[in-house]
Ligand binder design. Structure first.
Ligand SMILES: Cc1ncc(COP(=O)(O)O)c(C=O)c1O
Length: 394
């Protein structure tokens, strides 16, 4: 049966769409994908997820859960096994516990994204402000449209460090929250313990909630840890909201699993919103992730660190790259001498079959591109050779 029935009156959808939906502009990233669509087998350095398969322990646990008919809703807050595992992890890492004296709670969310959206919905009324970094993870600016709040960008160029000094200048009586992301997307930059504790002090002094998007926590390279410890505000305060994920760490981004831990009343508000929206995170993913902390991802972290070194060596003397202390991204400045915007540079790279993402997708500026080194070593080497050739005018 044909669906092309032109006689059927059509809705004027543009009249129905909300200002919220209309105000979200996806043209930047869409343009990159449109340009890339004609590429056959591109050298793809644009991917925002790891290039390893889900560890067998997790795969088997998810399959087992499905086969044992554990497919119904879980409690809104998360299945007890996973919550127990998270608390054990938080206890050993930062000394957080779910004992009433600590006033903390945890909720398992549908991806880190689910935690970010619900967290911001709980905090922002119309006109309330949230300070986020520029460059940013693509969702951050859209949280304005999603919540009615105002997203205030903290310019972190050229070193991409979102310091207390840079944040302080942006605080107004309407500021409710500061969102930090370390290791950062798209830069991989990791804040130090001192920088984190300064931000904690600033937020405390101003009565603002600090939210820490730590989705790349596990992928923090050796030199960015102090005494082996990942720099998190949770080490200095219980008055912050930790948002973490499983998708990037274990290569299961499609399973949609993250969690939020922090002050009890905020987490309970998030739970209320989750009850009437997502209901719960995917059940089989939760049962599987209860085993996540049994898995040692260090060999992969080491491999990403080596790739990071390869990227830095390739651009050394050619282009400025702030050293990524974690994640699997480098944010490379297009040499000014080339006289091109980052978008123009990326178009040239795409002509030569290499896919990277122009910084404009992640920023108000169009001066850098994001290169993902979540790609096999030979793919990375081929891509780097093309990108550096373009920079050398070859
Ligand atoms: C900084 C950052 N936060 C959150 C997310 C969303 O992750 P999830 O897939 O867990 O929703 C991403 C995904 O790329 C990210 O880079």
């Amino acid at each position: 049966m044909s669906h092309a029935n032109t006689a059927t009156p059509r809705l004027d959808v543009s009249k129905l769409l909300s200002h919220r939906a209309k105000s979200i502009d996806a043209s930047g990233i869409r343009k990159v994908f449109d340009l890339a669509a004609h590429l056959k087998d591109p050298i793809n350095l644009s991917i925002g997820q790891p290039d390893f398969p889900v560890p067998d322990v997790l795969k088997h646990a998810a399959i087992k859960a499905i086969e044992e008919n554990r497919n119904g809703y879980t409690q809104t807050q998360g299945c007890p096994e996973l919550l127990r595992a998270i608390w054990q992890r938080l206890g050993s890492e930062v000394g957080w516990s779910h004992e009433p004296k600590d006033g903390l709670s945890t909720i398992v969310t549908s991806g880190t994204s689910g935690g970010l959206v619900l967290g911001m919905m709980c905090l922002l009324d119309a006109g309330d402000e949230a300070i986020v970094p520029d460059p940013y993870f693509v969702m951050y600016p859209q949280l304005a449209a999603l919540t009615g709040g105002k997203i205030v960008l903290c310019d972190t160029y050229p070193d991409f460090r979102m310091t207390a000094a840079r944040i302080e200048k942006l605080i107004t009586p309407r500021t409710k929250t500061v969102l930090v992301n370390s290791p950062g997307n798209p830069t991989g930059v990791v804040l130090s313990h001192k920088e984190m504790s300064d931000i904690v002090d600033l937020c405390k002094a101003k009565g603002i909630l600090l939210i820490s998007d730590e989705i790349y926590d596990e992928f923090t390279f050796s030199e960015s840890r102090e005494n082996g410890k990942f720099p998190t505000p949770a080490a200095f305060t219980k008055d912050c909201l930790l948002i973490r994920g499983f998708g990037k760490t274990y290569g299961c981004t499609g399973w949609r699993l993250g969690y939020v831990s922090g002050p009890h009343d905020i987490v309970q508000s998030i739970a209320k919103l989750q009850q009437y929206t997502y209901v719960c995170a995917p059940s089989m993913a939760q049962y599987a992730a209860a085993h996540a902390y049994e898995i040692d991802m260090q060999p992969w972290v080491d491999r990403f660190e080596k790739r990071r070194d390869t990227v830095l060596a390739a651009f050394n003397g050619l282009a400025h790259v702030a050293c990524p202390g974690g994640a699997f991204y480098a944010f490379v400045e297009v040499p000014k001498g080339l006289g091109m915007t980052a978008t123009q540079f990326v178009e040239k790279a795409i002509e030569r079959n290499v896919l990277v993402i122009p910084g404009k997708v992640f920023s108000t500026r169009d001066t850098h591109f994001r290169l993902s080194f979540a790609a096999k070593e030979d793919t990375l080497a081929r891509g780097l050779s093309v990108l550096t050739d373009i920079m050398r005018g070859r």
